[in-house]
Design a protein. Structure first.
Length: 89
């Protein structure tokens, strides 16, 4: 992701990053999940495909995919990787 180049370790760092994003986007913004895939073998992997809408309108070049690993006993996220569409093609 060319916008967010740093990794975030821990709950508070992730919370601060997400809050910064929320403060930056218009109130009418929504991240829409187009697909969610859950590993049926039970490895705790989840993948998503997403896009951003503002006021109900899909914003060009703001789509991406994300992959997460989940700690099975607790159900908490362990890792997350987000890849946004390149703004320039």
């Amino acid at each position: 992701d060319p916008v967010f180049t740093a990794s975030h370790q821990g709950k508070e760092a992730l919370r601060a990053h997400l809050q910064q994003n929320d403060d930056t986007l218009p109130r009418q913004s929504r991240i829409v999940l187009d697909q969610v895939v859950i590993d049926r073998r039970g490895q705790g992997t989840i993948a998503t495909e997403w896009h951003l809408k503002v006021g109900g309108v899909q914003i060009p070049n703001l789509r991406g995919c994300a992959m997460y690993t989940v700690d099975r006993p607790t159900g908490l996220l362990q890792t997350g990787y987000d890849v946004a569409e390149a703004p320039v093609k």
